[in-house]
Design a binder for this molecule. Structure first.
Ligand SMILES: [Zn+2]
Length: 575
């Protein structure tokens, strides 16, 4: 039944492809202005199979955009488009990011074993180790019965050099899944100890969380790294001095370029700050000296953090920064096209980030995110200082900081909340449009409310039940209210401060890239990476098994497993 439906679908897709390129409307000249050439050029690019080969991948790059589902990628591409403030009078063109032009694109299902809405520990265990487990678990099989071996560990055992990079702390869930096995992602110190014992060649990016343990009474993890033979290069000079001869090395970005152990947001970075691209370039220099090649996992962890914080400006800038890091790998690919594989994907979407909201309707003002000059993280820090200097601060006192940080224009600070009728809205539309950054009476009420909430101790703040806009969660109320407002004005929106489970894209180029086409489970990424490196032990006729936990022993579990096995077999026979 399923198969015949699939065949019908395929047939209809084929038919639509076979439709003549020039439609009746085009012949009549009605669509003469359409950028048809752009579309066709794009299509040709995605079909350029000269960028895919079946050679064994000697050099493998896995890039994980934490929280980088479809939306942040589209948002960045539209924002970079030539007419990014589009109200229907311009062209709605996107500027493709480098990785979205890769010849192979697939989709993977990011759900955990026990939650539709997944977390980064289970997702990283899935694509890094090939095992579906419950949320928060890293590198263990269901029931904690066995430690899993990651793709990186298998590559290391085969003599390849291994690099693990992240913009956030290196003992955070995503990087941790490549070298550690712990029951909970919050066991930061234990994860750090396992990192020191990994034997991997190159770590870079963020610092380490809980460096001296939960009670600040353990040996600094930097020292533990050194005791295990690592050079810890944490100044600009030391990082620049790293070469392939340095030996095992950990290069955390210098302290003054960090924010709470993670690299600063690209939006807040200053001239001369080390970028993720710099760390990737150095990693390539170090790892490519190994005659057996390398496996390098690079995470952009703050795409996720920005979306958690409902900060569209920081999210988009982070995606663009990630593209710059990926470009280092693309350049390497062009030097070694016959034995390099680059895979770019996400662990899950975050923030319920959406393009379009019912205030901007069919119009988009993506350029307005340029009005926001700092990330929510940096605004928090500035606001905290201002509040400490002036505990009696009024909303009026905060206005200059809001104007400078988010580009808001306050015309009348006394305006009161005003709910408009359709007639009033229509009348306003007929009048000359005002600057979209002008704060309306309703928005003013929102910001004033958030400001008052910010002045309360966190436990006394509104928990947001019944009013999602006023649920600030762990965030500084004025910060998140402001970033949400910028996002809304620009034509974006967020539905949550947590994750969501819709399928995420996988982009691939190079040796073995063809395997990443299609619709598969996140665990399949691990198997496909191993297969590309010639390290997949399962044999090429056995579909990877999907392990379901949390319902073990129940009838549903058995049915679910059978169903999954069936679809895995079906998928394989379709290939
Ligand atoms: Zn997250």
């Amino acid at each position: 039944m399923k198969k015949s439906l699939l065949l019908t679908l395929c047939a209809s897709v084929l038919m639509s492809v076979a439709t003549p390129a020039v439609s009746a409307k085009q012949e009549e000249g009605q669509w003469a202005e359409l950028p048809v050439a752009t579309l066709e050029e794009g299509r040709a690019l995605t079909e350029d199979l000269s960028l895919v080969n079946e050679n064994q991948a000697k050099y493998v790059f896995l890039f994980i955009g934490d929280g980088m589902g479809n939306i942040p990628v589209s948002a960045a591409e539209y924002y970079l488009g030539p007419d990014n403030g589009n109200d229907g009078n311009g062209t709605a063109e996107a500027q493709p990011l480098n990785f979205s032009q890769f010849p192979v694109i697939g989709l993977q299902n990011p759900t955990d074993a026990d939650h539709y809405v997944p977390d980064s520990a289970a997702t990283a265990t899935a694509f890094g180790n090939g095992v579906k487990i419950d949320s928060n678990v890293i590198g263990l099989t269901p029931g904690f019965t066995e430690q899993t071996e990651s793709v990186a560990e298998k590559a290391k055992n085969e003599g390849k050099a291994v690099g693990i990079l992240s913009t956030v702390t290196l003992n955070h869930a995503t990087p941790a899944a490549f070298y550690s096995n712990v029951e909970h992602r919050n066991n930061y110190y234990e994860i750090g100890e396992q990192m020191a014992k990994s034997g991997f060649d190159y770590f870079a990016g963020g610092s380490l969380g809980r460096r001296t343990g939960d009670n600040d009474d353990q040996t600094d993890l930097y020292e533990v790294m050194e005791e295990n033979g690592y050079t810890v290069a944490d100044t600009m000079e030391e990082i620049e001095a790293i070469t392939a001869e340095t030996g095992p090395v950990y290069a955390p970005t210098p302290d003054d370029q960090l924010a709470g152990g993670a690299m600063k947001y690209a939006l807040d970075a200053e001239e001369g700050d080390i970028t993720l691209a710099d760390h990737v370039a150095k990693g390539i220099e170090v790892l490519s000296a190994n005659e057996n090649g390398f496996f390098m996992m690079t995470e952009s962890g703050k795409i996720d953090w920005a979306e958690h914080a409902n900060d569209a400006a920081a999210t988009i800038n982070e995606v663009i920064d990630f593209q710059n890091a990926i470009q280092e790998a693309v350049d390497f690919y062009y030097e070694n096209p016959d034995e390099t594989l680059i895979v770019v994907t996400a662990d899950h979407p975050t923030g319920g980030f959406t393009i379009g909201n019912s205030e901007t309707g069919y119009d988009s003002y993506f350029h307005l995110i340029d009005e926001q000059t700092v990330s929510q993280e940096k605004f928090d820090a500035q606001f905290a200082v201002a509040l400490e200097e002036n505990p009696e601060m009024t909303f009026e006192d905060a206005v200059p900081l809001l104007e400078e940080s988010f580009g808001f224009i306050f015309e009348d600070l006394e305006a009161t909340e005003e709910v408009k009728t359709y007639a009033q809205l229509e009348e306003e539309d007929e009048q000359e449009a005002q600057d979209p950054m002008v704060i309306t009476p309703y928005e003013l009420e929102e910001l004033k409310y958030a400001f008052e909430q910010s002045k309360l101790p966190s436990e006394e703040r509104n928990a947001g039940q019944g009013d999602i806009a006023k649920g600030y969660h762990a965030y500084e109320p004025l910060s998140i209210a402001s970033t949400r407002l910028v996002a809304r004005k620009a034509g974006f929106a967020f539905t949550t401060v947590d994750h969501s489970p819709e399928r995420v894209p996988v982009y691939a180029i190079g040796s073995g890239a063809a395997m990443f086409e299609g619709n598969f489970e996140n665990i399949d990424i691990a198997y496909k990476l191993l297969a590309a490196m010639g390290l997949y032990e399962g044999g090429d006729t056995t579909a990877p098994q999907i392990t379901v936990t949390g319902k073990a022993g129940s009838e549903e579990a058995a049915t679910e497993e059978e169903a999954t096995e069936e679809s895995a077999t079906e998928e394989e026979s379709a290939e």
